[in-house]
Design a protein around this ligand. Structure first.
Ligand SMILES: Nc1ncnc2c1ncn2[C@@H]1O[C@H](COP(=O)(O)OP(=O)(O)OP(=O)(O)O)[C@@H](O)[C@H]1O
Ligand SMILES: [Mg+2]
Length: 267
């Protein structure tokens, strides 16, 4: 079943150019993408190509000016409790403690206090921050805040999980731990995940399919199936299969760079 169907989506922003004159900026144009129910799909593309724009539209935080987006067979509604987003920069409520931030989505879902605590603590432990439950966001480092944001959305358990470079601000070791943890959680309950990253290795490790966008105005240029077996563990990074897929992805990108210089801005 198809979870999300985007057809010829267009997004234009009104901006002021350097002379102060109003101008149109086309972020997305002719953007087509199907996301299957339960799949892990990564979105890659040069900076400014419209990845966050598309995620924000799916989250109901931004509108689109043309085309059509269907979710679960219906036209996309503006807000829905069934979508969760991890932003590129952490978005925590500064007046709530870490634990209370995690409980937020569970409150919206009307889960009782005891259960909320239990779930929130479980996910906090998962991201290695159990000892910080009573701290406020400003008392944490950037990477810790992002881990809280990730734990919060995992605890919330949405049907569609939108993750915008969630691991970009983390140190390499935490990043690798959370990649495997995310895979474990996803393999257990097979929610649909749309994951934006600039890392080809991360995309290969995690995804069923990797979609590559063009430079702005952004649309999908190519989609690659990642046929690595699951469950995927730490070891898969060093496997021959992984190296083979990485090589073919790079070859494809190099080919694109030759065709279109803007592709060089991938990483
Ligand atoms: N609210 C806005 N108003 C005006 N322009 C915007 C707005 N949001 C995004 N844009 C523009 O739309 C384009 C796409 O931005 P977007 O944030 O989606 O890029 P991105 O692919 O997520 O890039 P990055 O990899 O750097 O995060 C950019 O040129 C950006 O300047
Ligand atoms: Mg972005």
């Amino acid at each position: 079943m198809i979870k999300v169907q985007a057809r010829q989506v267009q997004r234009e922003y009104q901006i002021k150019n350097s002379l102060g004159k109003k101008e149109k900026l086309t972020a997305l144009e002719d953007f087509n993408l199907d996301i299957n129910e339960g799949e892990f799909l990564s979105l890659l593309g040069p900076s400014g190509c419209g990845k966050s724009t598309f995620l924000n539209i799916l989250a109901g935080l931004d509108k689109y000016d043309g085309g059509e987006i269907m979710m679960d067979g219906e036209e996309l509604r503006e807000r829905s409790f069934d979508r969760g987003i991890v932003f590129q920069s952490y978005a925590l409520l500064p007046w709530r403690t870490v634990l209370k931030n995690l409980e937020l989505g569970l409150e919206i879902r009307r889960i009782n206090r005891r259960e909320r605590r239990k779930i929130a603590r479980h996910y906090l432990e998962l991201v290695g921050l159990a000892a910080f439950e009573n701290q406020y966001p400003h008392q944490l480092s950037g990477g810790m805040r992002q881990r809280v944001a990730i734990a919060r959305v995992l605890a919330y358990h949405p049907g569609l999980l939108l993750m915008d470079e969630p691991f970009a601000a983390l140190d390499a070791q935490t990043r690798e731990t959370l990649q495997i943890e995310l895979l474990r959680i996803w393999e257990a309950d097979k929610k649909t995940i749309l994951f934006v990253t600039h890392s080809i290795d991360e995309a290969i490790l995690l995804s069923d399919r990797v979609a590559f966008m063009t430079a702005r105005p952004g649309h999908i240029r190519e989609i690659i199936d990642i046929d690595l077996p699951r469950p995927r563990t730490e070891d898969i990074r060093n496997s021959v299969e992984f190296a083979r897929i990485r090589k073919s992805v790079w070859e494809l990108l190099q080919h694109e760079v030759l065709k279109n210089q803007s592709f060089g801005a991938y990483l």
